[in-house]
Design a protein around this ligand. Structure first.
Ligand code: FBP
Length: 325
């Protein structure tokens, strides 16, 4: 059976959405970055690229060697990319103006290596991306990124696990592709993904329980005690948002990163983590909120703005929200 390749699917989406040739070119570049990163991750142990660099990033988080490598890959792959004017990245403090992208119609948001804490233990990691049409003309500026997730043109993620998967939507169905490493090509393996209802796991770092407010604590306990309309749920937590979300997308359930009493905005970033995954989740029939409102309705004010995240099967997210009211 000859499977569609990623590029062929992109061209189909482009035709459906009358997207300029730029969109499929951008998606193909993201696919190139994904294949480069998959190779870097596989070789990191051989070439001494595990562990920390001894520096911290704009998030005041310890930077790992692979964080630097993933940032370099994104910069290289998008340099002289005429369709992308600017990039908002977890690893860059300010907007990255793309050399040669002055006339680009799009901006890219990216978490180059999500779950980098898993690199030393050969755990799941990912890359998350979102693509917006520019909101302004002239030099790229913050206003181009101050768009709600409703205005995303395309979004998705790459999962580096036992296999490397590329999952995206261009506003229509969500499609999953698996990398054939022997020929460096992604092939369609999961067409038109739909998130199941009434099944799956709940996924949250319960070690944070003492930091939550009472309603959050009671809500998570209800899932743990299987005392919700969602019935029996096992706990799963990969420590990598992309891995936990991908399992939730395929099996159903809910992933939560709640706000904390002292950090009500939580840990995860809106522009390059929560909004792209919310776009995928809703196009697959699921739901994503910050506990009160749709993630996709939130207009970012800052590049690295954080929000709480409750994402997954509609029934699970609705139950979590009812218990948080
Ligand atoms: P980054 O690794 O890109 O900073 O992403 C944040 C993250 O690692 C998520 O991937 C993961 O779900 C979460 O933090 C884990 O946080 P914690 O260790 O606090 O549970």
């Amino acid at each position: 059976m000859t499977r569609l390749t990623l590029s062929e699917q992109f061209f189909r989406d482009q035709a459906t959405h009358n997207a300029s040739g730029g969109l499929s070119t951008i998606l193909n570049r993201i696919s190139l970055a994904a294949r480069m990163l998959a190779s870097e991750i596989m070789r990191a142990g051989f070439v001494g690229k595990l562990g920390y660099t001894g520096t911290t990033n704009v998030q005041d988080e310890d930077v790992r060697a692979l964080d630097v490598i993933s940032d370099d890959v994104v910069r290289q792959v998008f340099a002289q990319m005429p369709f992308v004017a600017g990039i908002g990245s977890e690893e860059m403090e300010d907007i990255h103006v793309v050399p040669g992208g002055e006339n680009g119609n799009y901006v890219l948001t990216v978490d180059p290596l999500d779950g980098s804490g898993n690199v030393d233990v050969d755990g799941q990691m990912g890359t998350i991306f979102g693509i917006y049409r520019r909101a302004t003309t002239g030099p790229v500026q913050m206003a181009d990124f101050q768009q709600s997730g409703n205005r995303l043109v395309a979004a998705g993620y790459v999962l580096y696990g036992p296999s490397t998967m590329f999952v995206y939507t261009a506003g229509g169905p969500v499609h999953g592709f698996t990398l054939d490493r022997s020929i460096g090509t992604f092939f369609l393996t999961h067409p038109d993904l739909r998130i199941p209802e009434g099944s799956g796991n709940y996924s949250v770092n319960e070690a944070n329980e003492t930091k939550w407010d009472d309603k959050t604590r009671d809500m998570v306990r209800a899932f743990r005690m299987q005392d919700t309309r969602c019935g029996k749920r096992s706990a799963r937590y990969a420590g990598a948002l992309v891995g936990d979300f991908h399992r939730t997308l395929l099996k159903g359930g809910i992933y939560m990163y709640p706000g904390e009493a002292k950090k009500p905005e939580g840990k995860l970033r809106l522009l390059y983590e929560n909004a792209p995954l919310a776009f995928v989740c809703e196009r697959a029939g699921g739901m994503a909120t910050d506990g009160k409102q749709r993630i996709l309705d939130i207009v970012p004010s800052k590049l690295h703005q954080r929000t709480p995240l409750f994402i997954g099967s509609k029934g699970d997210v609705e139950e979590a929200m009812e218990r948080l009211r």
